[in-house]
Design a binder for this molecule. Structure first.
Ligand code: NI
Length: 271
């Protein structure tokens, strides 16, 4: 378990292996309550939105805005990036029971057009995440170089373009990121990761939050908007977002649509 404020040894471990876990982000009952709340959301209304509701959903719901500001996670991110922190995106990954959807081996920031590629993903388990229900797998040390990817658009791949690393990952050296509800893992933007299908009777729900220091800037792709969640933005490289005021209120839906529409048009997303 990573302490509330990770020290130099944990930061060094992160730099060496490219991921860190588990971090106790939320009490288990709180995480499960959020998972139950997500399960009960009006999905017909959400899927009717013009843009994918599972992306940047903190712009739609104050409950999820609170999660991206979680103090334990931000303390870890601060230990890596310093005190000025943006959220570039946050994506819900919901794997229904007995669902064959999987996520192929990929690196996140490889295709996000960011410079420098200093992004860390906090993957928050809202239900338990296990090898049986498709928890993430990591390839230790694999974050040290950018690998070539192909875009397969495969139907059973949850990634928007079916992105997949074009070289073989040594499966024997990979590590399962199993987490209890409320625990989180951190992984480097270039950490190769994948996850399998959910073979259990219950949904697997995770919230993947993408943090970057304010100094990062975008060099290509549709413009990314960002939420300042700690410190100050002295750079102004991204148009800043405003916290959601009410669940699915008119302003929230408009802000969410504006943030995602340029990305949806190209099937581009920061997931
Ligand atoms: Ni990913």
């Amino acid at each position: 378990m990573i302490a509330h404020r990770p020290g130099p040894a944990e930061a060094a471990l992160y730099r060496e292996q490219g991921f860190l876990l588990p971090i106790q982000a939320l009490p288990e009952d709180e995480a499960l309550a959020i998972a139950a709340w997500i399960d009960a959301l009006p999905k017909d209304r959400l899927t009717a939105l013009e843009v994918p509701w599972v992306q940047k959903s903190y712009l739609l719901f104050p409950t999820l805005d609170a999660v991206i500001r979680n103090g334990a996670i931000l303390d870890c991110v601060e230990a890596l990036f310093g005190p000025d922190i943006l959220v570039l995106s946050a994506d819900l990954f919901i794997k229904p029971p007995h669902n064959g959807q999987r996520i192929t081996w990929h690196q996140d920031v490889n295709y996000w057009g960011l410079e420098p590629m200093e992004v860390v993903t906090a993957w928050v388990a809202l239900t338990e995440a296990t090898p049986e229900n498709g928890c993430m797998r990591f390839s230790p040390g694999g974050h040290l170089r950018a690998l070539p990817h192909i875009e397969s658009y495969a139907a059973d791949n949850m990634l928007s373009r079916g992105q997949e690393i074009a070289v073989e990952i040594d499966e024997r050296s990979t590590v399962y990121g199993a987490l209890r509800p409320g625990q989180a893992s951190l992984h480097h933007g270039l950490m190769p990761h994948a996850s399998g299908p959910n073979q259990t009777d219950r949904p697997r729900i995770g919230f993947a939050i993408r943090y970057a220091p304010t100094k990062v800037r975008q060099t290509s792709g549709p413009p990314i908007t960002a939420m300042l969640v700690r410190g100050e933005d002295r750079y102004g490289h991204f148009r800043l977002e405003h916290p959601a005021q009410g669940d699915l209120d008119v302003a929230a839906i408009a802000a969410h649509r504006a943030a995602l529409l340029p990305h949806a048009a190209e099937r581009f997303s920061t997931i």
